[in-house]
Design a protein. Sequence first.
Length: 222
Amino acid sequence: MAPVTEMKIVVGEGYAWILLEAVIITIHMWITGMMMGSMVPVTEMKIVVGEGYAWILLEAVIITIHMWITGMMMGSVRKRFFNKDFYQNKFPEYKRLGKVMRPDGGYPDDGQGRLADKLDDEQWFIFNNYRRAHMNYLEGGFAVLIPLLIAGLSYTRLTFFIGIAYIIGREIYSQGYRGAGSKGRLVGVLILDLALLALWSMALYTCFHWGNGLNGLKRLIF
């Protein structure tokens, strides 16, 4: 055997930090592997919608436009009641206040402020009935739009007809409220509530079903 020549390697103390880095890399690699093993397998899901879903989207657009039109109708009442003559008779100092108070339809009064307080009883009720018809639509906007879009993914045809019922019910509600106050909304409320309950139920079931029920929920949490 050939004689072995001994070799000594002399390193400085800084090399200890190189070794530490090697240990850290090894541990980091192990942790990464552990994380990989603990990950919950994700079940892929593709959402395929038919051409009918486009009509669900159209209904969502119609509801949005309908909501806007309801607000515009309230704006017409503002201009009719809070006109220049109203300011001159009820608030003759409006010219002195300049830009702070202008004959601009009663803004920012929402029906309960100082300007609306100067309306006669009939005008006050008409103005606030129009306002409530609009505000109720705004308050219920998300309550119908999101369930409509979700329910339409699973029950496209049924959701379409329920969406039509909602729009009709909302128009009956608005006209009834504007014409006769709160008592005039009853028929519209019945149609609206039934439509909403149906949409909520279908939307909840769609989410639960697509999430693979309780087993899917357990995998998500744990």
